[in-house]
Design a binder for this molecule. Structure first.
Ligand SMILES: C[S@@+](CC[C@H](N)C(=O)[O-])C[C@H]1O[C@@H](n2cnc3c(N)ncnc32)[C@H](O)[C@@H]1O
Length: 402
């Protein structure tokens, strides 16, 4: 089956209902039935804590994810994607919204922009699934600016012969341009121009559902198309995702915490755009352990399974050769006294395979002493990226015996 047919998108039942609705619209029967779709099928939608609606994903490997956090779908857009940005609203702004879904992140960006700027805003929205975008037309708008996004989505769906009726009455303001791409984001990014975006919103399903949207190769395209002061925001705190940004030549920092235990991730070519370091143990794990092996998608066209399997094999090969085993969280004990004798034996067995005699040996201290300079606030010299790269270098040196 092709990637497009297999992609991780919305729940099959609502997907079929939306396709049927728009089949009817195209056939000219049942005009305007879009208007009562939500009331009829409300039970398929997920009400989140701030009153905005979300929707469930297709079931993959017995798992279902919701498109947004239950803490609040539209609040999540403002907290995770808009707040960490440092837009200079005296200038024109360009945003790439990857995995546009119901269009909430773009709508939040429009609302923030309209409050603060008279310049021009361009948003390129990318979403693989036409029915998911169409679903964005059917939900009640959580903020008035969502009507602007709806208008752009409707125009694109009409252009793509998915919809026929122009029912959205809100006009797109003259200083706002919204382009909608209905395709695999991996294809879209390869067509985009260098040095274009002030912000990239990266909002796929989780890394196990959609590793293809978290690969080093995908991030290298971001590195090409983002401006020098641009910022990428994503909700995940995953080690391979963060490692992927570093391999693609980004600085990384801690993103806002909202609806989760841990903060998300921000990335930028410029360390000064990122205020906060990752937590120390996250840096150590990314640098030294096999969890810090990123996702690889060399030609930007592999399936999720191929990418997950490739990473599993790479982790297996790296363990005890170039990386410390992630078992029992071994690397975070470097430089630490340990009371639990049983755990200590396991940790030190893993360390011995990397030529590190004990958690308190001079080798152990040497590798993590980089972290003595750790501060929450990042600067041009002292930041998460530089510390991770230095720890990696030191581990290699110890393993090679020099
Ligand atoms: C977590 S949801 C995004 C929610 C969205 N940002 C919003 O504001 O409603 C993830 C979305 O990624 C889309 N998607 C999955 N694979 C994709 C791909 N390869 N390229 C573009 N979009 C994709 C899904 O259809 C789904 O709508």
């Amino acid at each position: 089956m092709s990637y497009e047919n297999n992609a991780r998108i919305i729940n099959d039942d609502i997907f079929d209902l939306i396709n049927e609705l728009f089949d009817e619209e195209r056939s000219g029967r049942n005009n305007e039935s879009r208007l009562d779709f939500f009331d009829t099928y409300k039970d398929y939608f997920v009400l989140t804590d701030d009153g905005s609606y979300s929707i469930n994903s297709r079931e993959i490997n017995h798992k279902v994810e919701t498109l947004h956090t239950s803490t609040g779908a539209i609040s999540e857009s403002f907290e995770k994607f808009i707040k960490p940005m440092k837009f200079d609203y005296t200038k024109d702004i360009s945003i790439l919204d990857i995995c546009a879904g119901l269009g909430y992140n773009s709508s939040a960006a429009i609302a923030d922009f309209m409050k603060n700027s008279n310049a021009n805003l361009t948003i390129d929205m990318v979403e693989i699934s036409a029915p998911t975008l169409a679903c964005g037309l059917l939900v009640p708008s959580p903020i008035p600016e969502h009507d602007i996004t709806k208008k752009a989505i409707e125009e694109e769906l009409i252009g793509a012969d998915y919809a026929t009726l122009s029912l959205e009455t809100t006009e797109i303001p003259e200083n706002i341009t919204l382009n909608v791409f209905i395709e695999d984001a991996r294809k879209t990014v390869q067509k985009l121009k260098d040095d274009t975006y002030d912000a990239i919103f990266l909002d796929p399903f989780s890394q196990n559902m959609a590793p293809e949207l978290f690969s080093v190769e995908f991030f290298k395209e971001f590195r090409r198309i983002i401006k020098d002061d641009g910022i990428i925001a994503t909700y995940t705190s995953s080690a391979p995702v963060r490692a992927g940004f570093i391999d693609a030549d980004f600085y990384i920092g801690l993103g806002p915490i909202f609806g989760r235990m841990q903060g998300g991730t921000l990335a930028s070519p410029n360390p000064l755009m990122l205020d906060y370091s990752l937590p120390k143990n996250d840096e150590i794990r990314i640098a030294l352990s096999d969890v810090g092996i990123p996702f690889r998608d060399y030609d930007l066209n592999n399936s999720s399974e191929e990418i997950l399997n490739r990473r599993s094999e790479e982790r297996h090969t790296a363990r005890h050769t170039t990386k410390i085993s992630s078992a029992v969280k071994t690397p975070i004990f470097l430089g630490q006294e340990m009371d639990d004798e049983k755990l200590k034996r396991r940790v030190e067995r893993n360390l011995a395979k990397m030529n590190i005699p004990s958690t308190t040996s001079k080798e152990a201290h040497y590798i993590v002493e980089v972290e003595n300079k750790y501060s929450k606030k990042q600067d041009i010299e002292n930041n998460t990226r530089n510390r991770i790269l230095e720890m990696k270098k030191r581990l290699k040196k110890i393993k090679m015996g020099n």
